[in-house]
Design a protein around this ligand. Sequence first.
Ligand code: GLN
Length: 281
Amino acid sequence: MTQPTYQQLLRDSGLERIDAQVLLLHVCQQSRAWLIGHGDDSAAPEHIAAFTELAGRRRAGEPVAYLVGTREFFGRDFQVTPAVLIPRPDTELLVETALELAGPGGRVVDLGTGSGCIPVTLKLERPDLTVSAVDLSLEALAVARRNAATLGADVRFLQSDWYAALTGETFELIVSNPPYIEQHDPHLAQGDLRFEPRSALTDEGDGLVHLRRIIAGARTHLVAGGWLLLEHGFDQGAACRALLHEAGFSQIATRRDLGSNDRVTLGMIGPELVHPEDCRG
Ligand code: GLN
């Protein structure tokens, strides 16, 4: 029997063309340009075997990023495993906003860092910043540390339940993309999310459990004039603004992602002293 060509493998895979192409190029360790010249070649048996295996897993739902082990974020390749959330384009808005708000030489911490895509990008874009990142998951921290080492970013990583390991430390900027999906959201049972760590997606509550904790603890860890920057669900902007207001933040604003959804809310701890009425209770 004649071997299929690379193009035939793609066509017969039963996958979306883009997914099939990414998997095939991963298996062949080649770039897209290579496929243009070699699409009509007979596929090598080891490529057929490896592609067939990955294509089957993809048809069963596994995310492409986990199958190939990387996902691009802010123009760089980050390693990902099922221990971390797959970086989303939406989160680039959080990074862009952080780059805008971080003053020269600022100290920044990322809470719940997962793959480390946020702190590593911040450090590489702005080497003047001192960047720390925490996660509760040791498995996630191993992935994040690997990404920082591979990409050459000097980031300090700590295991921590939000602020727990940061006692006494202050920052000019706190950023976070916490688990903010409500526990019964049907999206948790669909698509790639079925394969991602549930603890990185949902708070097993109303979606605001961790956002509330992060906002409540921020004041202790921000210098006067410091910013808190949060990613959240498309319908959580108003709730985040209200929580920041209650916690004494000013300059509160929500920004929209590329899909025009509310995605990032920010607030500043005023350089002015706390008003006396805020000191009650
Ligand atoms: N933005 C992700 C999604 O909707 C959720 C990530 C998160 O909870 N931080 O798939």
